[in-house]
Design a protein around this ligand. Structure first.
Ligand code: AMP
Length: 562
């Protein structure tokens, strides 16, 4: 019996099966491969999913909901008519609709599924997706990372090895992933993105420009007129770059819109958005310490990568054309179906999921370089750190006779805290003294459930306060939270104090003392590097360098005996 490969998307969902030697896409009851991920409740109280619901989004906004994938894993409930639903329940309704359509099309029950999730989904969000599948009546064979599914659709897993960049520009989100394929395992190396950049932004840019030319705003239009304009804009956006006339002619009440949408006009509107798209690409490359030349293949998925301008921008960045010959809306469902087929044959591709990475930088507010005031961000846990992770940084009092230290907790990538997300704060008393005389140690510990534990200690008095921040409040039960905290507690000491690191430093010191000249300088450099890495407190980095330091010391020890 076939296992259904499902792309549970933010805007649209799709599904496919592996029929033994190729992918077969499954049309829905309307004969279409894409089912909008929109759920509505009609006037009779019946649930509708897909296009019918999407068409009522503007006219029946209180009875229709879209883009709930963003809320996956949280306890947030969405009001729909008189009922309340979590994102998991809404996703289950979409999955159930896909299941029914697949069963009708295939003429047999479909009970197993492989469902795709964004690479950056944490454990909670993955569990919520799995649960949605189960609520829909599936046995969820496995979850597959969306970029991995895209890579499989392009057959990249049939190469011996390679480094791939997957760009997924959908309706409302932009996801960037770097995959490394080696020894039959696809590893997500770095992930970045912009949760609020997608095709809709290009539509909005066109729409706003059109309205501005009329001297009006969307508020001057009725919901029906807005829907009319949105449809015309979407149609026209898809015609950009194609031969033939591309004109928007609309009468919206007393307003008349008649505009030739030419390529140059659109390019000007789209340029700021394309620049925004470049940032996460550069960030993912930076994080993976790769330059564009190291990427073996760039793959485009998501409906908005059909835009010629986007393809050209990516082509310029990498000096070659990206792979985009598979329908960008269907590639992920196809990849999930192939994975399901491999699974059935017991040849499933291994995958290292990214639940073990903290996707954002977590830090605190400190004074600026001129010491004139706060507002500056000091990173404590860097983004893409492997979790669980625990890092301590110290700060000192900024003013003479300061009585209280306030530790503000932020998430984000900006140098200025104002541009980052404020997660909470802590305050504690410090003994009076001149500025800089009191040291405060701030420790952040983060785990894969998105739990951030912050411990702050005044060095001179030993006074301690702590706070726990949950990414999805309420997602963990009290017992789960206690368990997660106990796990983090084990990490809460400086790696410099770990026995094997202490022993290695002592051994290095001995080799340093017993060597001379160039050799001595070399050992000092290696130890200096180790010190720096210990300071960064990243366990993987430390383990890697520890192996190297051991090797160097082994060599010198041997040479000294000769
Ligand atoms: P997805 O979330 O992957 O289904 O992508 C949907 C987005 O793709 C929507 O914002 C569409 O406007 C966009 N899209 C689909 N086809 C085209 C096209 N031919 N040109 C530009 N954008 C498109």
């Amino acid at each position: 019996m076939a296992i259904l490969g499902i792309d549970l998307g933010t805007t649209n969902s799709a599904c496919a099966i592996w029929d033994g030697d190729k992918v077969q896409l499954i049309p829905n009851r309307l004969g279409e491969f894409l089912t909008p991920s929109v759920v509505g409740i009609d006037d009779k109280g019946l649930v509708t999913v897909g296009k019918v619901a999407r068409d009522r989004l503007i006219s029946h906004s209180d009875r229709t909901v879209a883009v709930f994938k963003r809320l996956m894993g949280s306890n947030h409930q969405v009001q729909l008519a008189r009922q309340r639903f979590t994102a998991t329940e809404l996703s289950a309704l979409v999955l159930k609709s896909l299941k029914e359509d697949a069963e009708a099309f295939l003429g047999q029950p479909v009970t197993e599924a492989v469902i795709s999730v964004p690479a950056y989904f944490n454990d909670n969000q993955r569990q919520a997706t799995r649960l949605a599948g189960e609520l829909a009546g599936f046995k969820v064979e496995r979850l597959i990372n969306e970029p991995t599914a895209a890579a499989i659709a392009y057959g990249l897993n049939q190469r011996a090895e390679g480094t791939f960049l997957i760009l997924d520009l959908g309706g409302g989100t932009f996801d960037v992933s770097i995959l490394e394929f080696f020894d039959g395992v696809m590893e997500v190396h770095a992930s970045a993105g912009d949760n609020f950049l997608g095709g809709e932004d290009f539509n909005n840019a066109i729409q706003e420009a059109l309205l501005a030319e009329q001297g009006i705003t969307a508020l001057d239009l009725s919901p029906q007129q807005r829907a009319q304009l949105a449809t015309a804009v979407e149609r026209s956006k898809r015609r950009i770059g194609l031969p033939g006339d591309n004109r928007i002619s609309l009468t919206l009440g007393k307003h008349q819109i008649d505009k030739q949408i030419d390529d140059d006009w659109f390019t000007k509107l789209a340029t700021p958005l394309l620049l925004r798209a470049k940032r996460p690409i550069e960030r993912a490359l930076d994080d993976a310490k790769l330059n564009p030349g190291a990427i073996d293949e760039v793959v485009l998925v998501g409906g908005s990568t059909r835009m010629g301008l986007f393809r050209a921008t990516v082509g310029r960045m990498f000096g070659r054309l990206p792979a985009c010959h598979i329908d960008p809306d269907l590639a992920i469902a196809m990849g999930a179906a192939i994975q399901a087929g491999l699974k059935a044959k017991d040849a499933a591709l291994g995958e290292i999921v990214l639940t073990d990475v903290c996707p954002y930088t977590l830090g605190t507010e400190v004074n600026g370089p001129d010491s004139k005031g706060g507002g500056y961000f000091m990173p404590i846990i860097e983004r893409n750190s492997t979790v669980p992770v625990s890092v301590e940084r110290s700060v000192v009092t900024a003013h003479d006779n300061q009585q209280v230290v306030r530790v503000a907790i932020y998430q984000g990538e900006s140098r200025l805290v104002a541009n980052n997300i404020h997660l909470g704060e802590l305050e504690l008393a410090v003994p009076p003294g001149p500025a800089g005389s009191q040291q405060v140690d701030i420790r952040y510990s983060y785990d894969m459930n998105g739990l951030l534990a912050v411990d702050v200690t005044v060095a001179s008095t030993g006074l301690k306060v702590n706070k726990v921040i949950e990414q999805a409040p309420g997602a963990l039960s009290t017992a789960q939270k206690a368990e997660a905290l106990a796990r983090l507690d084990k990490l809460k000491f400086h790696p410099r104090d770990q026995e094997e690191n202490r022993a290695l430093l002592a051994r290095g010191e001995r080799v340093y003392q017993s060597s001379l000249g160039d050799q001595r300088e070399y050992v000092a450099n290696v130890l200096g590097e180790f010190d720096k890495v210990l300071e960064r407190q990243n366990p993987q980095e430390i383990a890697r360098l520890r192996a190297k330091v051991n090797e160097v010391l082994d060599k010198f020890d041997r040479d000294n005996w000769l």
